[in-house]
Design a protein around this ligand. Structure first.
Ligand code: PLP
Length: 406
C-alpha cells in the first residue's frame, strides 16, 4: 500500500474549495474566462500596493554575501522587530521582537503553533462555519477540531462554547474577519469569551490558548475595526500573513506573534522556533521577509472589495437569496433556499444547489465543507463586472431550484 490510511481517507474527502477551483479552470478553458462566474477561491486579484514592486526591485538588486542564505529559524531580527512594532500598534500591547516568529504564510504559522501546543487527543474549539483546513491542521499534530455552531448571525456563541470547554481543551481558534462569513466577532463577545476562559482557569487551573487567525484583519468595511486579542486573553497567539492584505498568497510569507504575557513565554517561543525547523519550513522565505519588513503600513485597496461586496449583495437580493452582510474579508455566505423537491419534502442541499449553479457557470463552495450545510460560500476576488453580469444566471438558477430542480 503506497499511501497511508489517514491520507487515503483525507484524499477521498478532499478540499471542496480546491475541487471547485480546478473545475473553474476547466470551465474557463472551455467557455472563455469572461463567461464563467468563478466565486470559488479566495485568491486575491487586487494588485499588491505599488510600494511592493519598488521594495522588491531594491532587495532583488542586493548582492551582499549571505543575502540568500540560512538565518535563525525564527527569521531575520530586523523583520521580527518591524513586525513587532506593527503588532504592538494593532494589539495595543507592547511586543518586543522576541514575540515574533516569521512563518510560511498563515497556514504554516497555524501548523507551527498547533505542533507546539497540542498533545495526542488535545481538543481545539472553533466556531462553525470555519476555514476547512483547520481540521487537517489539527489532525497533523494529533489534535481534534471541535466545531461549535455560531449564533444565527454568525457571532460567537459563547454559551455553546462554555458547554464544550473541558479539561482536554488546549486551544480555541478565532478567525475574524471570518472565512466564510465575513463576520467580525464583536468586542462584547470576545470579552464574554475572556470571562469564560478565566472562570475555566479558576475552576480547573488551565487556561486554553486563543489562536487568533487574522489574515483578513485589515480587510474591513464601513470604518469597522477588528477587536484586539492580546488585551483580552493572557494566553494568546496571533497568526497572520500578507497573502490577503498585500495580495501575496503565492509568496508564502506570514508570522506568529505571542502575547508577551503568555504563560511560559520563553519556552513557548523556543517551541515555535523548534516546530518551524522540524516541520521542514526551516525559515520563512528570506526575500519576502526583507520585503514585508519595509511594508508593514501598506495594504491593498480595500475599497475595491467593499464595492464588490455591495455589488454581490445587489445580485443576491435580485435572486432572493438570504445572506448575512459581510463586515470584512472577501466572502459572502448565502443560505440555500427552501426547495420543494419532486418527492414533496423540503430540502436544503448545498451540494445539489452548487451543482445547479454550476450548470449556469456560477461557482461557489458548498457550506458543508465549512461545517455549515444548507449554505454556500462565494468569494468576491473577481472583477466587479463579473459579479454584476452574474445576476441573470443567479436569478434563473434560484427560480429553477425553487421549482423543484436539483
Ligand atoms: N486562515 C484563513 C481563515 C484563510 O482563509 C486562509 C487562506 O485562505 C489561511 C488561513 C491561509 O493563508 P495563507 O495563504 O497566508 O497561508
Amino acid at each position: 500500500m503506497a499511501v497511508s490510511c489517514g491520507v487515503r481517507a483525507a484524499l477521498s474527502s478532499s478540499s471542496a474549495i480546491r475541487k471547485m477551483f480546478e473545475e473553474g479552470n476547466s470551465l474557463k478553458a472551455r467557455y472563455g474566462a469572461d463567461k464563467v462566474f468563478d466565486f470559488s477561491i479566495g485568491n486575491p486579484d487586487v494588485p499588491p500596493p505599488p510600494a511592493f514592486y519598488k521594495v522588491l526591485a531594491g532587495i532583488a538588486a542586493e548582492k551582499t554575501t549571505g543575502v540568500h542564505g540560512y538565518m535563525p529559524n525564527a527569521g531575520f531580527d530586523f523583520a521580527r522587530a518591524a513586525l513587532a512594532k506593527k503588532i504592538s500598534l494593532e494589539q495595543g500591547v507592547e511586543c518586543p521582537a522576541a514575540c515574533v516568529v516569521m512563518s510560511v504564510g498563515a497556514a504554516g504559522a497555524l501548523n507551527v503553533v498547533l505542533k507546539a501546543l497540542l498533545d495526542a487527543g488535545s481538543e481545539v474549539i472553533v466556531s462553525a462555519p470555519f476555514f476547512p483546513e483547520y481540521r487537517a491542521y489539527c489532525a497533523n499534530h494529533g489534535g481534534i477540531l471541535i466545531p461549535v455552531p455560531a449564533c444565527p448571525d454568525f457571532e460567537l456563541d459563547v454559551e455553546a462554547i462554555a458547554k464544550t470547554l473541558n479539561a482536554n481543551t488546549r486551544a480555541l481558534i478565532i478567525n475574524s474577519p471570518n472565512n466564510p462569513t465575513g463576520r467580525i466577532y464583536s468586542a462584547a463577545s470576545l470579552d464574554a469569551l475572556g470571562r469564560l476562559l478565566n472562570e475555566h482557569e479558576r475552576k480547573t487551573g488551565q487556561l486554553p490558548f486563543i489562536i487568533a487567525d487574522e489574515p483578513y484583519r485589515d480587510i474591513v468595511y464601513g470604518g469597522l475595526e477588528t477587536p484586539q486579542i492580546f488585551p483580552r486573553f493572557r494566553n494568546s497567539i496571533v497568526v497572520s500573513s500578507f497573502s490577503k492584505t498585500l495580495s501575496l498568497p503565492g509568496e508564502r510569507i506570514g508570522y506568529i506573534a505571542v502575547n508577551p504575557g503568555s504563560d511560559e513565554f520563553t519556552l513557548l517561543l523556543d517551541a515555535l522556533i523548534y516546530a518551524t525547523r522540524v516541520l521542514g519550513f526551516v525559515n520563512a522565505p528570506a526575500l519576502m521577509q526583507r520585503a514585508v519588513a519595509q511594508l508593514t503600513m501598506e495594504r491593498v485597496c480595500v475599497d475595491i472589495y467593499e464595492k464588490r461586496r455591495d455589488a454581490f449583495i445587489e445580485v443576491l437580493d435580485a435572486a432572493g437569496l438570504e445572506y448575512v452582510k459581510p463586515q470584512g474579508a472577501f466572502y459572502i455566505f448565502a443560505k440555500v433556499p427552501e426547495h420543494d423537491n419532486k418527492s414533496g419534502g423540503a430540502a436544503q442541499d448545498d451540494i445539489a444547489f452548487a451543482d445547479l449553479l454550476k450548470r449556469r457557470l456560477i461557482l461557489g463552495v458548498p457550506g458543508s465543507g465549512f461545517g455549515k450545510s444548507g449554505w454556500i460560500r462565494f468569494a468576491y476576488c473577481v472583477n466587479e463586472e463579473i459579479i454584476r453580469s452574474s445576476k441573470n444566471a443567479f436569478v434563473d438558477s434560484v427560480k429553477e431550484w425553487e421549482n423543484g430542480a436539483s
